[in-house]
Design a protein around this ligand. Structure first.
Ligand SMILES: C[S@@+](CC[C@H](N)C(=O)[O-])C[C@H]1O[C@@H](n2cnc3c(N)ncnc32)[C@H](O)[C@@H]1O
Length: 298
């Protein structure tokens, strides 16, 4: 509990401004409040007086979507930028979704401490997640946005003598991971410094690509997914683990731009040039979807 409070205080005090926690959960000073309650105590929505208030303003995401509505899909700009947007996002929208800030390494490695917080296993059930991936020895796996390697290491143990490519755009994260690998004597992980547009992986080289709490941060999601899909072997699986936006409990905990609906992930994987077919969505985790696509072709 003390550790949780310390971590939360660190983020609330600006230690890591890109924490995915909602402001209510972040501050810890007030109980989490549903931003859009559907009823007040003692009355049902139907019993309330008709509202005289003007309709609430559309969200930045809805406005970005409205901006291109009516234009044929092929002629829409891939990305839209808007001046007024969610402060936790970068003001750039893709298919009606605002992209989140990248979670930084942070002052003194605060971002790493957040990823490695001891209570994460209880909150996100990472062991169950790794089990759900059905990994086998010999597989080639990419952990895209690997961070400090919280998932990379258990995956490397499962696929040994196969390989894990730990891809990230932050050198500091890969350096933390590199030191851990050395200490643990793990030799089947290759760290890869990617760019925001490219995971820098060989074509048709992967059995599985995993993105845990990462995809919503890609500042060039189309370009990343085009290259990543080309790096998949036919039949290879592309797996997204994203906080469930559909779930009001998750919406109270996590900042909106750090969450995704299943429908939105499917929409963003629909460009035919990706050659990705939705396979299944596993809702075995407490707060995240596991959304699985398969690379088509033979
Ligand atoms: C919230 S952290 C998650 C880290 C790790 N997956 C975990 O669950 O512990 C997101 C990571 O994705 C990385 N990232 C963001 N955009 C990326 C991109 N285009 N390519 C590779 N990594 C990226 C960030 O640098 C950061 O380390």
């Amino acid at each position: 509990m003390l550790r949780l409070l310390l971590a939360l205080l660190l983020f609330a005090s600006g230690g890591c401004s890109d924490s995915p926690l909602s402001d209510a959960a972040d501050s810890q000073t007030a109980p989490a409040v549903d931003p859009a309650p559907t009823s007040t105590a003692g009355e049902t929505p139907a019993e309330r007086e008709p509202s005289t208030q003007p309709a609430p303003a559309a969200t930045p995401e809805a406005e970005a979507e409205a901006e291109v509505q009516g234009e044929p899909e092929a002629e829409r700009p891939r990305y839209i930028t808007r001046r007024i947007h969610d402060p936790n996002g970068i003001g750039k929208f893709y298919m009606g979704r605002e992209i989140a800030h990248v979670m930084g390494y942070g002052p003194g490695g605060a971002g790493v401490r957040w990823l490695e917080r001891p209570q994460r296993e209880e909150e996100e059930q990472l062991t169950k997640l790794v089990e759900a991936l059905k990994l086998k020895p010999g597989m080639a796996v990419a952990d895209i946005g690997a961070g400090s390697g919280v998932l990379t290491i258990p995956i490397a143990e499962k696929v040994d003598p196969g390989v894990v490519y730990a891809v990230d755009v932050q050198e500091e994260m890969l350096s933390v991971l590199g030191k851990k690998l050395e200490q643990l004597g793990i030799e089947n992980v290759k760290t890869v410094l990617g760019t925001v547009q490219s995971p820098k992986l060989e074509p048709a080289s992967l059995d599985l690509a995993l993105m845990v709490d990462v995809y919503h941060e890609f500042s060039f999601p189309y370009e990343m997914m085009l290259e990543l899909s080309q790096a998949m072997k036919p039949g290879g699986r592309v797996v997204f683990v994203e906080y469930r936006r559909e779930d009001p409990k998750v919406r109270r905990m996590i900042k909106l731009v750090h969450t995704m609906t299943e429908a939105q992930v499917k929409r963003e994987m629909s460009p035919p040039e990706f050659g990705l077919k939705w396979k299944e969505t596993l809702d075995v985790l407490p707060v995240q979807h596991i959304i699985v696509f398969e690379k088509t072709g033979s």
